[in-house]
Design a binder for this molecule. Structure first.
Ligand code: GLY
Ligand code: MN
Ligand code: MN
Length: 462
């Protein structure tokens, strides 16, 4: 017996392996080693739920712990090898069915697969003859991986007694993988649409049931219920439900605070569907009606988001949306008396950071803060004209297939210089955008964002 096959096409994973192998071949070939990680204990004998390594999953679609992918690019051809847990009927009674190497080979399209317990004897032999080893060195497991790699390389060297080539260089696979993952293929776009749809339904549900007297954790429960009802495996990150002044804490975890009449409620919640994250924030009034000061600041944030959306296209670089949002927010804060001075001087002095201290977006994908460079590659210092190398390379140009969040906010902490009517208001509005050839598509607009539409939805039911 084998696990249930996922409902999506597994051939995309093989195609990604082939693309990666072609890239490695073009860079001198070698052997790439990617681990998915192990089950970690939470306490006593209870593990944390296992979550695969994103890059490993991107290349395999395989979601069991204790698995390794080995890709080899040699002049005479390529080879993909999976190491995974062997079938174990006794353990499978407790923990669920495993694929095992034999079934995994055919189902997931590897050239071969073996028992993970044999990796340490197989790998030193496989290293022999390659010039380069590739591994994701900036991965969080790097210290362990480096120790392991060095041990395998020493073992390989000892076994050849200097007669055959053993790699002398360990290359970082992270930039290569990040450049692939930052541009989403059709299968990924489809999954991200679905993940975004589920998260939007969860936010709608929260708006429908919210009312004064309800605890933050009760709204969290509604959100998690919708995620699971739609088949999402988990939240993509800890669900943020922040009522009243808690909304000024950017990552406030849903807790026991009760929503009060007159509070705004900020919810930042997204799910993970087959690895793919959604990331939505909505801010709405607990009693269903925005007050005057809340409405004023809300409309500034919404206008800032709209400005950023207009700069989210291949005609602009990554930071253009942030610059646009900062201008709108700063002008709004000046208009309402929270900042004093000219627009340009306040932007120059970054005074807006008292109220808007985070950035307007980040890449989104298998990781909620997904991989990918935010800047162009540095100019090669050898080819740069003297004195023309700037400290930071230019912001990266957006390209079709990139997915990023657009999430401006305003957070007002009490201060004698700030009109009291705005104290403790925290507002963030966050949508997920897929860059298209001519602009962007917002994936998360199944939940309303205009004040009037939010109020209408909240009035629908209680
Ligand atoms: N939910 C985390 C973020 O918005 O970046
Ligand atoms: Mn975000
Ligand atoms: Mn978020």
């Amino acid at each position: 017996m084998t696990p249930i096959l996922p409902s999506f096409d597994l051939s995309v994973f093989k195609a990604r392996r082939q693309r990666l192998l072609a890239t490695l071949a073009a860079q001198g070939g070698g052997i790439a080693i990617i681990s998915t990680g192990r089950l970690k204990m939470r306490n006593a004998d209870s593990p944390y739920p296992f979550r695969f390594n994103s890059s490993f999953y991107y290349l395999t679609g395989f979601n069991e712990p204790d698995a390794w992918l080995i890709l080899e690019a040699r002049p005479q051809g390529t080879r993909s090898t999976l190491f995974c847990q062997p079938k174990d009927p006794k353990m499978e009674i407790w923990e669920g069915l495993l694929w095992g190497p034999e079934e995994a080979t055919t189902t997931f399209g590897f050239d071969q697969a073996f028992d993970c317990h044999d990796l340490s004897t197989w790998l030193p032999q496989a290293l022999i003859g390659h010039q380069h080893v590739w591994a994701p060195l900036t991965h969080s497991a790097t210290p362990d991986l480096m120790v392991q790699l060095q041990a395998w390389l020493s073992h390989a060297k000892a076994s050849t007694r200097g007669l055959k080539r053993v790699p002398t260089q360990i290359n970082d696979l992270t930039p290569v993988l990040s450049d692939m993952r930052v541009i989403k293929d059709a299968a990924e776009c489809d999954m991200m649409h679905q993940s975004a749809y589920i998260a939007a339904q969860a936010h709608r549900q929260a708006m429908r049931v919210a009312r004064a007297g309800l605890a933050e954790f009760a709204l969290e429960a509604e959100i998690l219920k919708i995620f699971r009802q739609h088949g999402a495996q988990s939240p993509a990150y800890e669900t943020i439900v922040a009522t009243g002044q808690n909304a000024c804490i950017l990552h406030h975890r849903a807790g026991p605070s009760l929503m009060q009449d007159g509070d705004l409620v900020l919810i930042d919640a997204g799910c993970e569907l087959n690895g793919y994250a959604s990331d939505i924030t909505r801010t709405f009034p607990a009693n269903g009606r925005f007050s005057g000061p809340q409405a004023t600041l809300y409309d500034i944030v919404l206008a800032a988001q709209q400005a950023a959306i207009e700069f989210t296209s291949p005609a602009h670089h990554f930071n253009a949306g942030h610059d646009a949002a900062v201008r709108v927010i700063t002008q709004g804060l000046i208009d309402e008396g929270l900042l004093k001075g000219s627009l340009d001087s306040q932007i120059e002095q970054e005074t807006y950071k008292q109220f808007y201290m985070h950035r307007t977006g980040h890449w989104l994908g298998l990781d909620v803060h997904d991989v990918g460079r935010y800047r162009e590659l540095p100019i090669d210092s050898a080819s740069a004209v003297d004195g023309e190398v700037s400290a930071a390379p230019a912001w990266r140009q957006l390209e079709p297939g990139m997915v990023l969040t657009i999430e401006p906010g305003i957070y007002v902490r009490p201060h004698e210089d700030i009109p009291e009517q705005f104290w403790h208001i925290g507002i963030r509005i966050e949508d997920d955008a897929l860059v298209t050839p001519n602009g962007c598509e917002l994936l998360t607009r199944d939940v309303p964002v205009e004040r009037s539409a939010i109020e209408a939805l909240m009035a629908e039911s209680g």
